[in-house]
Design a protein around this ligand. Structure first.
Ligand code: DI6
Ligand code: FE
Length: 425
């Protein structure tokens, strides 16, 4: 039975609600499909959807605030489930150097690359990190992001990792957006621990993570499993420590080589495994069995001029939910548009527009452990949604560049323009 007909048959509208939204087509994204309700209506109470269905079946709700659109579509709010938005400085100079013929190795030897961001992040105050992150968040929010994840991982010392995590928590108090915080201390080996990777893992497991858990600074723990970062055995140690502290895990896996980090992540029932260009059929099978979401990051793939595509067909075959995210970071993915990722997910990775939209709505929510409350238009879920003056959802993915006009509703209220200068930090 389709969602629309089941709703019409079984859901009795409540007697009252705070606001009602009519006049647009609802693209509910239930079960990862468009699941369209034409001429829909949606009722909201205390920031949650309390009823949705055909406008013809919707009560008058005379005491509710009435919002009537002149056509268009309503999608769930966008979810960016993988970002590194908090960092000091940026690497546009390196980008320019590389295009002028300087090699990545030469840049790294001169102190550039990820370590230059680590140094800039260590040197920055919390206020500076907040201000820079606010500037980068603004374009994401303007195109309809209502929930996102931000990782630490450019501090790599106790103080600077905690500083990053506090900034992430503070951003969530300043902005009308949900922010999930992830501890990614195992992002790179800090220079102080050169040739002593096991000691750094000890520090993460024995010192950092217990404090992060006690101060509730993170909702999950991530690591970068790669030859140039951390081995599967080291990741296992971090995952054991995280799970002992009750923190869910996720993993940067199979970005540049096949270490089967994604199968390892599946063994730990990870929320997600991310990148996955070199994932195999066996990895996809393991992820399906554990319910681990495949997070695809076409921005990094594009900027690194990668050739190897993530195994989308295996993910389809085994019904591994696929999310899409910006991976916004200063090195490999200086991406500030999730709509651009929709298009790249389709043109570069071969997703269908419906899969791409599911990737930044319902499957993005699942990748953050928020499937029960976020990611679709459904009764009981948060009233986070976007109205677009478009006739078909594929149009969101088809236009490249520019910012489509939209009305963003967060917790049942229209969210105005979020200007970074408005904040007294
Ligand atoms: N994968 C990447 O491509 C980036 N981090 C990661 O885990 C690189 C981040 C950077 O260069 O700053
Ligand atoms: Fe990343």
């Amino acid at each position: 039975m389709s969602l629309a007909s089941s709703l019409c048959l079984t859901v009795t509208p409540p007697a009252h609600c705070d606001s009602v939204w009519r006049g647009a087509t609802l693209v509910t994204m239930q079960d990862g499909r468009y699941n369209v309700i034409e001429n829909g209506a949606l009722a909201v109470t205390e920031g949650k959807i309390v009823w949705l269905g055909r406008n013809a079946d919707c009560p008058a709700f005379p005491h509710a605030q009435q919002h009537v659109f002149d056509g268009g579509i309503i999608t769930p709010g966008f979810i960016d489930c993988h970002t590194h938005l908090v960092f000091g400085g940026n690497r546009s100079a390196e980008f320019e150097q590389r295009l002028n013929g300087v090699s990545y190795a030469e840049i790294a030897a001169a102190g550039g690359g990820i370590l230059s961001t680590v140094n800039a992040t260590r040197d920055a105050t919390e206020e500076e990190l907040l201000r820079q992150a606010l500037l980068r968040l603004q374009p994401l929010l303007a195109e309809g992001v209502t929930c996102l994840e931000i990782k630490s991982g450019y501090g790599l010392t106790l103080d600077s990792e905690l500083k990053m995590l506090r900034v992430i928590r503070k951003l969530a108090t300043l902005l009308p957006v949900d922010i999930q915080s992830t501890c990614l201390a195992a992002h790179a080996l800090p220079p102080e621990y050169k040739d002593r990777a096991e000691d750094y893992i000890d520090f993460i497991c024995d010192t950092l993570l217990p404090i992060v858990a006690r101060e509730k600074l993170a909702d999950a723990v991530d690591a970068f499993c790669e030859h140039l970062a951390f081995s599967p055995a080291q990741v296992e140690r971090i995952f054991d420590a995280a799970q002992a502290l009750g923190l869910p895990v996720k993993l940067h896996a199979e970005q540049l080589s096949a270490l089967h980090g994604s199968s390892l992540a599946a063994n730990y029932h990870a929320l997600s495994a991310d990148h996955l260009e070199y994932a195999t059929q066996e990895d996809a099978h393991a992820m399906a069995a554990s319910g681990t979401v495949a997070v695809l990051l076409p921005g990094a793939w594009y900027l690194l001029r990668e050739k190897q595509h993530p195994p989308v067909n295996f993910f389809r075959q085994y019904q591994v939910p696929m999310a899409l995210a910006s991976d916004a970071n200063p090195g490999t993915s200086p991406v500030l548009s999730l709509r651009l990722m929709l298009n790249m997910g389709c043109t570069l990775f071969g997703l269908t527009p419906e899969e791409a939209l599911a990737g930044i709505t319902c499957h993005g929510a699942r990748a953050l452990g928020l499937a029960a409350s976020h990611g679709t238009l459904a009764e009981g879920k948060v009233a986070d949604f976007i109205h677009w003056p478009l006739s078909r959802p594929a149009e969101l993915i088809y236009w490249l560049g520019g910012q489509l006009p939209c009305t963003v509703v967060y917790r049942g209220k229209i969210r105005g323009h979020v200007h970074p200068c408005a904040f007294q930090l």
